[in-house]
Design a binder for this molecule. Structure first.
Ligand code: ADP
Ligand code: MG
Length: 363
């Protein structure tokens, strides 16, 4: 079975943060009838409208006041909490996995825009990844089928300075792990720990450990911002004992590094070097997305630069390949983030054009 489908895009606005509130920032985003509109704060009357698959507020809606400024209107019809985002996006990921399709969920956006909040979550506000894992094990438990054996493995890696670091391994390999390629698997990380899991509690512990190890460096944008990409992969296998059939799915869950340009975050020295490398992976991701979007529009594209960065090698199936793919574009509502937000929305618009050909993986 083959499923040809575009990349699904959801845009999520986070609430104003303290810095924006203190700066007296105005909101430049509105969401109506499925459209996301961004208003240019320096050019009154200039706006751009985007059509994504889903659009989420994290707080009350806004309306234009008599001066044309956006002010809260008290309505919260589009308010979306973590559960709602899981129901719209995570359920689909799980459904794909049960059917034997690969699935990928990517969070893109500037530092502090809500990528990690949406994907991993903080404290009681669990993100989409923990909820997916919990629901997967609940469904396995519910399935009373004695003739099906289930296998779940979990891995968690970080791409930092084009090096791959295993976030489940206490010993850090100098120079990172190597990305290799073979016919059967395509690109894979040699020596990455794949931990077999039997319960959600086990995954919860692994994730906690991984988040702790994740390399973080503060920038002027956000004291806990991360300059690295995190890729969590769940391999889910269903072995149908009586039919001699195996269905398998890889679920890739990616929390990308901040998309902001270097001059915005004001990093220097070491961090600037990191930024350059982080941008190499992100720039290449952008190039791959652009090339695929052009190909999907009928242009003749001869070369897709997957091989130019670690991130795009690992994400190859998710981008124009054998995967059902969703992108969450995380944005700030504030005028002071206008340029970055517009750039995120444009990026997501390009990604939406990509067509993937997912097939059920059986053996
Ligand atoms: P990123 O990973 O994109 O750098 P974070 O996810 O860490 O950003 O979010 C930055 C801050 O904003 C965090 O304190 C987080 O709790 C808060 N935040 C982000 N998105 C939301 C949301 N949808 N609702 C409430 N708080 C949010
Ligand atoms: Mg983050």
């Amino acid at each position: 079975m083959t499923n040809i489908d575009g990349v699904k895009v959801a845009v999520r606005v986070r609430p104003f943060n303290q810095r924006e509130t203190e700066a007296g920032s105005h909101c430049v985003i509105s969401m109506t009838c499925g459209c996301t509109i961004i208003y240019d704060p320096k050019n009154q009357g200039h706006e751009r409208t985007f059509n994504f698959d889903l659009a989420y507020w994290s707080h009350d809606g806004f309306v234009k006041d008599k001066d044309g400024l956006l002010v809260p209107n008290g309505a919260s019809s589009r308010y979306a909490d973590q559960k709602k985002v899981f129901c719209d996006l995570g359920e689909g990921v799980l459904k794909s996995a049960w059917q034997g399709y690969n699935a990928t969920l990517l969070a893109y956006g500037q530092t502090g825009a809500g990528k990690s909040y949406s994907m991993i979550g903080y404290g009681a506000n669990r993100g989409i990844i923990p909820i997916i894992c919990e629901e997967l094990f609940q469904a396995i438990k519910k399935s009373q089928e004695k003739k099906i054996q289930y296998q779940v493995t979990f891995s968690m890696l970080e791409i930092y300075n084009e090096q791959v670091i295993d976030l489940l391994s206490k010993t850090k390999k100098k120079g990172g792990l190597k990305v290799r390629e073979n016919q059967q698997q395509g690109f894979y990380v040699d020596g990455l720990k794949l931990v077999p899991c039997e319960s959600y509690a086990q995954i919860e512990r692994l994730m906690e450990q991984g988040v702790k190890i994740r390399t973080t460096a503060s920038t002027s944008m956000n004291a806990t911002s991360s300059r690295s990409h995190v890729v969590i992969t769940i391999h889910f296998k269903q072995i149908f004992l009586e039919e001699d059939l195996t269905k398998q799915s890889s679920i890739n869950l990616v929390d990308l590094a901040g998309s902001e340009r270097q001059k915005v975050s004001g990093s220097e020295g070491d961090r600037l070097r990191e930024g350059t490398c982080v941008n190499l992976s992100l720039t290449t991701l952008g190039n791959v997305i652009s090339a695929l979007a052009e190909a999907a529009m009928g242009k003749k594209v001869v070369y897709i630069p997957y091989r130019d960065s670690v991130l795009t090698k690992l994400l190859q199936p998710a981008l124009g390949g054998n995967s059902r793919t969703i992108m969450i574009a995380a944005i700030s509502p504030a005028d002071i983030c206008y340029e970055e937000t517009l750039s995120t929305l444009r990026y997501a618009e390009r990604a939406k054009k990509i067509k993937n050909k997912a097939v059920v993986n059986t053996s």
